[in-house]
Design a protein around this ligand. Structure first.
Ligand code: XMP
Length: 326
């Protein structure tokens, strides 16, 4: 179970049949490894942790305890989807922690991006460790480590993702998809019956909307960002862009400009559209969103989102820009 090198003979999982045979093998291995013990998993709702959760639920059912920490920086509807899919449909043993106030209070007044990331990552570990301490008889910790994580020598997802977990919890690790590439994890996820949108969703950074609500986060600007981002996603889905564009989102900077609303002056924030294509996120090009769709997005965001009075389109490739603004 601990071999971290993908054997050359291992065929790439591209079909449902291959995914099913992988699942059968993993279910058997997991049952053998875990026996009657319990397994803990930090379930963010991202592709990797969701697939690992579904695999473990199939193998050991309620012996898996999933903890979903809502840090208040999720996109619109994401935590709700985790509760719906795992808590209700898959009937998982799911602990849902709404830690929004804890995170936002700690982040209050903090404008430096790296400090924000550290606070979010650190607080995530605190909340998760507190939940773990309340549980008894947990021997194993499951993680959604995938093969590129190992290749990039990250091993556990401590570096980039908020899912980096404390080492002193003293659990044995279970990493059932650690030899798979992302596209294989997705095929396995679909074969396990997870919703298509969950399995094929675009990359989302661990610190979430925290690095898109630029500068010091305030609740009203975070709310405006979440609503504007939801409109962008909705319009991309409606217009067939959702699965062709690699990553797309809104960032809202901490500046205001003058606008007019109902005949009077109105100060609001700008919403910045970012929509990029890339293979490996090292460089990225700009998606050329058709003007008609852009106009619709501008119209909807400025009329539906309280606090936003302009919409800008970031045309900067990576480099010189990065994909995220912070
Ligand atoms: P940049 O902004 O460096 O982003 O061009 C490259 C990719 O990495 C994602 N990203 C992050 N992911 N934690 C993450 O888990 C982070 O702190 C973080 N910062 C950037 C970004 O969304 C893009 O896909």
């Amino acid at each position: 179970m601990n071999c971290d090198i993908r054997p050359e003979s291992m065929t790439r999982i591209t079909t449902v049949a291959q995914a099913e045979s992988f699942i059968t093998q993993q279910v058997e291995d997991i049952r053998q490894q875990v026996g009657a013990k319990k397994v803990l998993l930090a379930l963010s709702g991202g592709v990797d942790s969701s697939v690992v959760a579904a695999l473990l639920i199939k193998a050991i059912g309620k012996q898996l305890v999933c903890v979903h920490v809502n840090h208040g920086l999720m996109r619109k509807g994401e935590s709700e989807q985790v509760v719906e899919v795992f808590g209700k449909e898959l009937d998982a043993n799911l602990i849902y922690v709404d830690a929004t106030d804890r995170f936002l209070n700690k982040l209050s007044g903090v404008s430096d991006p790296e400090t924000k990331r550290k606070i979010i990552g650190g607080e995530f570990i605190n909340v998760f460790a507190e939940e773990a301490a309340k549980l008894e008889d947990i021997d194993f910790l499951a993680q959604g480590t995938i093969y590129p994580d190992i290749l990039e020598s990250k091993g556990v997802k401590a570096h980039h993702n908020v899912g980096g977990l404390p080492e002193d919890l003293n659990f044995k690790l279970i990493e059932p998809v650690r030899l798979l590439y992302k596209d294989e994890v997705r095929v396995v996820g679909e074969a396990l019956g997870l919703p298509h949108g969950m399995v094929y969703r675009q990359p989302f950074p661990g610190p979430g909307l925290g690095v898109r609500c630029l500068g010091a986060i305030t609740r009203d600007r975070l709310h405006a960002l979440r609503e504007a981002d939801a409109i962008l996603r909705e319009e991309f889905e409606r217009n067939g862009l959702a699965e062709t564009v690699w990553q797309y989102f809104i960032a809202v900077p901490d500046i205001k400009s003058v606008g007019v609303k109902d005949g009077s002056r109105y100060e609001g924030w700008p919403a910045i559209i970012r929509a990029v294509n890339t293979k490996d996120a090292m460089t990225a090009t700009i998606e050329e969103i058709p003007y008609a769709i852009l106009h619709k997005i501008v119209n909807r965001i400025t009329s539906e989102v309280e606090g936003i009075n302009r919409v800008l389109y970031d045309l900067t490739p990576k480099g010189p820009g990065t994909i995220e603004w912070e």
